[in-house]
Design a protein around this ligand. Structure first.
Ligand SMILES: [Zn+2]
Length: 185
């Protein structure tokens, strides 16, 4: 039977990990939350070792995402995609920054080719990244897919600032923990 509805969920433990009243001001606080989400996701055995979050420029947390590919049987359910879609639903806008505010996506690891493409259209002004793609491919079996050689420059030219290597060692540690676990998603 054809499905006329698509339903995606985030895990119930999110509410225990995330402080929705906190203002996340610095790059370290923002990527730190993304890494914490990734760590909890593998701790619960609910998905891949990736977390992401969208913040308003005033530090308010707008949305979070973790990798949900396996529990949702959905190849697009990466952490960044979940965070983008959740923010767009919450703000009732297919472009997150449609209201004129500046918004940031923080992610525990460099976006894959799918999430990179989504970042171009999602309506964010900044991209903050923990681990590098080479860390992901060194420490896990995930493939980041084909990206433009100057992927960061392509985003910058579209008005999206990119900052990398934020808490990179902590982000690498989550990937390494997952890699050693023998789990494969
Ligand atoms: Zn992705």
């Amino acid at each position: 039977m054809l499905r006329l509805q698509i339903h995606l969920t985030l895990p119930p433990w999110i509410g225990d990990v995330v402080d929705t009243g906190k203002r996340y001001i610095t790059d370290l606080e923002r990527v730190g939350l993304a890494i914490e989400l990734a760590r909890h996701n593998i701790g619960h055995g609910h998905g891949g070792p990736f977390g992401a979050a969208v913040f308003h420029e005033d530090g308010r947390l707008v949305s979070v995402g973790v990798n949900r590919v396996v529990p949702q049987t959905c190849s697009v359910a990466h952490a960044e995609m979940m965070a983008f879609m959740s923010a767009q639903q919450r703000l009732a806008s297919y472009r997150i920054n449609q209201d004129g505010g500046r918004y940031t996506l923080a992610t525990s690891a460099q976006p894959c080719c799918q999430c990179y493409g989504a970042t171009v259209w999602a309506g964010v002004d900044e991209l903050l990244i923990g681990a590098r793609a080479e860390d992901v491919e060194e420490l896990t079996e995930f493939d980041e897919g084909p990206l433009p050689a100057d992927w960061a420059g392509e985003l910058e030219r579209r008005g999206i600032a990119v900052r990398r290597d934020i808490l990179r060692e902590q982000a690498r540690d989550v990937l390494a923990t997952y890699g050693r676990s023998g789990q494969h998603y």
